[in-house]
Design a binder for this molecule. Structure first.
Ligand code: MG
Length: 381
């Protein structure tokens, strides 16, 4: 499902009382929500169209995320969209999703259905059937007229088009008119635009009170992913082990291609598992000389980067070390602190536990040491 995204975040936000794209919504800038949703859905490139001079604010709002770049917008929405389209690297046939940053609560489901629909039409947009009865009153003294809502839809964004289609349609659009969405531009050009299921959570932040609604709904567009990992390494002659990034003096060492830190290996696998990204051996083959004797923090950092690249956030981790010796408890707080640093998590979200197997099995005979890890992370739904 390869696609690109243009997010229009160039507005001054007069009606919402300030530049709403940088405003905080549940701990993240409004614009960041959409970028994270596109990352979670696998966008190949994301262009964010921002107000002139706001490069630093954009970098701050999107810190840690990848695959995005910012370009400055123009006087009208149309100019901003065209600047965004011009900044894309993708080929003419690639689906491009044009989105308003003012609709932050975007989900992977909405994106996936648009990309699918855009393959068989000139364009696709998410829409909701009008549920309220519609009244018309042209001035306060005029009588109310009830209008039929039959066949009426509320258009949302993102709206999906092949790049060549939206660019050709905009090129033909009369210069004096201001379209309110991209679908209308493609419709006017004779294109066939289809509807996909909209999402009531994709509400547009227009007035200050809309933020309260979005705050209440924000939790509902994130999903929790669980991953688990297991690892074991054999003991050999030596003078210490490294576990969860902490060196512990011991009368043996752990044998492995890297530093044999079973705790970090299990944790790395747990994160990869939550992402559905294979296992540590896929990313760091033991046949590769680059990983010989390497600090396993490198592996964990890679997994953490993958979470960020998908717009995710690790919620908590729980590691269990299984051995008779060395004793883990005296080192547990140092391990939690080190893991907290590596994961950018508070120590309260990092657990390290230890158990013996009561002298049973390979850990009981002290042939080796094992580790288990569980991680919970938050991704766009
Ligand atoms: Mg290992």
């Amino acid at each position: 499902m390869s696609f690109s995204a243009v997010i229009v975040a160039a507005g001054s936000g007069r009606r919402a009382g300030g530049a709403k794209q940088w405003r905080d919504l549940r701990g993240k800038a409004v614009a960041r929500w959409s970028v994270e949703a596109f990352l979670a859905a696998g966008a190949e490139e994301i262009v964010l169209v921002i107000p002139p001079g706001d490069q630093e604010r954009a970098a701050e709002a999107l810190a840690g995320l990848r695959v995005w770049r910012a370009v400055e917008g123009g006087a009208e929405r149309r100019d901003s969209v065209l600047n965004g389209l011009a900044a894309l690297d993708c080929p003419p046939e690639q689906p491009v999703l044009v989105h308003d940053s003012a609709r932050p609560l975007l989900t992977t489901r909405v994106i996936a259905e648009l990309v699918q629909a855009a393959r068989h039409a000139d364009g696709a947009l998410p829409a909701l059937a009008v549920a309220d009865t519609l009244k018309r009153q042209d001035d306060p003294s005029a009588p109310l007229i009830t209008q039929s809502r039959e066949g009426l839809w509320k258009a949302q964004t993102p709206q999906a088009f092949r790049r060549s289609v939206i660019e050709a349609a905009y090129a033909a659009w009369p210069s004096g008119e201001a379209p309110t969405d991209e679908a209308s531009v493609v419709e006017r050009h004779g294109g066939r635009v289809v509807l996909t299921p909209g999402d009531p959570r994709l509400l547009k932040l227009t007035y200050p009170e809309d933020f309260e609604m979005a705050e209440a709904l924000a939790g509902a567009v994130r999903t929790t992913r669980i991953g688990m990992g297991f690892d074991a390494h054999r003991f050999g002659p030596g003078d210490g082990v490294v576990l969860c990034g902490v060196h512990i003096a011991h009368d043996q060492r752990l044998i492995g291609h890297s530093d044999a830190d079973a705790g970090l290996h299990a944790l790395t696998d747990a994160i990869l598992g939550a992402l559905g990204e294979g296992d540590i051996g896929d990313h760091f083959p033991p046949t590769d000389a680059r990983w010989k004797n390497v600090d396993s923090a490198v592996f964990l950092a890679h997994a953490v980067d993958l979470v960020a690249a998908r717009g995710g956030r690790i919620a908590n981790v729980d590691v269990t070390l299984i051995c008779e010796r060395p004793k883990i408890k005296p080192h547990r707080e140092a391990m939690r602190t080190r893991l907290g640093e590596l994961l950018s998590l508070p120590v309260s979200a990092v657990s390290v536990k230890a158990t013996t197997t009561e002298a049973m099995g390979f850990t009981g005979r002290e042939e080796g040491l094992a580790a288990q890890a569980v991680v919970a992370l938050e991704l766009s739904a």
